[in-house]
Design a protein around this ligand. Structure first.
Ligand code: NAP
Length: 340
């Protein structure tokens, strides 16, 4: 089959992905074979490409957010009929036996395998995955809108579901792939949502996406002006920034959850201690939670804003992501792979 392959950590500017032919995968027992229609492009793909996240598989086919059609099943796999429209997310499979798997928190498994990172992903014509890690896609979505939900959707839904109740004042830091889903899902949960962005030009977009307010974090005195405003902050930023500043925006007992994979920065105890604030993190979501997110988004008419690209533009898309030039998720039309 035709696929895009990543051989070694490389700078994005060197066009690290290579088009090639590789053997098509065959479904093992309990797996389904999926013909891929669309695959989303996440900022995490760049962390993988550039070697910030170590790979257990090399070379690897990147691509964690897959939507396609079931074309076959391995022995004992009977959950999906041929022709079913399905999705495959970051979580490709887990050990199934640890206490996290047994409690429905497969995302916290001691030995997880991630699509497009530690096992082959969706920049290809075909993919296989265990049927229990494959999601039926609700009719409400087009394929290309659904793909980012399997990454940006679940990553923002999981912490918002834990911390947000109607009327709570929340802030989403960074209006990118994750951030724009955080805004939409936060609004659908009934929160008052403010976007904190280092790009003043995103104000109109933030309000169009449903945010109640927008704050440009580069403006003078913002962190003093908005101190103690929010009950909850979801931080999606992928670059180094000062967490201490953002913690100061939380009210007493407020919580900030990091989902963006940013470079390390110094953390002071004072903003946490003084107002009894909490800083935490969150990683995608478990199987049940991911299906719940798809159903929630379908019910509330929440989908991703996407720019569909042919796979020949994937290296260019990586460069544009680095320049913060994406509104708000690139999604690859895998049919373009046939054009070579
Ligand atoms: P993205 O589309 O590139 O968005 C990141 C946003 O961060 C940008 O839109 C920008 O928002 C802000 N930003 C970028 N550079 C910045 C800088 N130098 N200073 C301040 N803000 C900056 O990326 P994404 O796909 O949403 O992914 C975001 C992060 O989440 C990545 O690190 C990714 O690896 C991680 N991630 C984590 C999980 C998880 O399970 N925890 C899952 C998927 C992805 P503004 O222009 O509005 O400031």
């Amino acid at each position: 089959m035709k696929a895009c392959l990543l051989r070694a950590p490389a700078a994005v500017e060197t066009n690290p992905l290579e088009f090639t032919d590789v053997p098509a995968p065959r479904p093992a027992a309990g797996e389904v074979l999926v013909r891929i229609n669309y695959c989303g492009v996440c900022r995490t793909d760049l962390h993988v490409v550039e070697g910030e996240l170590a790979r257990r598989k090399s070379p690897v086919i990147p691509g964690p957010q897959v939507v396609g059609t079931v074309e076959g099943s391995g022995e004992g796999a009977s959950r999906f009929q041929r022709g079913a429209r399905v999705g495959i997310a970051w979580l490709h499979h887990t050990d199934g036996t640890c206490r996290y798997c047994r409690s429905g928190a497969e995302n916290l498994c001691d030995d997880p395998s991630f699509t497009g990172w530690t096992v082959d992903g969706g920049y290809a014509e075909w993919i296989v995955a265990p049927e229990s890690f494959v999601y039926p896609i609700p009719d409400a979505f087009r394929d290309e809108q659904a793909a980012p939900l399997l990454c940006a959707g679940i990553t923002t839904y999981a912490p918002l579901r834990r911390y947000v109740t109607p009327g709570r004042k929340i802030a989403v830091v960074g209006l990118g792939g994750l951030g724009h889903m955080g805004v939409k899902i936060g609004k659908a949960m009934g929160a008052h949502v403010t976007v904190l962005s280092h790009s003043p030009g995103k104000r109109d977009d933030a309000l169009r996406l449903g945010a109640d307010a927008f704050i440009a974090t580069g403006d003078e005195g913002v962190f003093e002006k908005y101190a103690k405003r929010f009950d909850f902050i979801l931080d999606t930023v992928s670059a180094r920034h000062d967490y201490n500043d953002y913690l100061g925006l939380l009210r007493r007992d407020g919580t900030m959850v990091l989902v963006g994979v940013a470079e390390p920065t110094l953390l002071s105890a004072a903003p946490l201690i003084m107002q009894r604030r909490t800083l935490g993190g969150s990683l995608i979501g478990g199987i049940r939670e991911t299906q719940e997110m798809l159903d929630f988004c379908a019910k509330h008419d929440v989908a991703a804003d996407v720019e569909v690209i042919p796979i020949q533009k994937v290296n260019e898309a990586y460069e544009r992501m680095l320049r913060n030039d994406v509104r708000y998720r690139f999604v690859i039309d895998i049919a373009s792979l046939k054009q070579g």
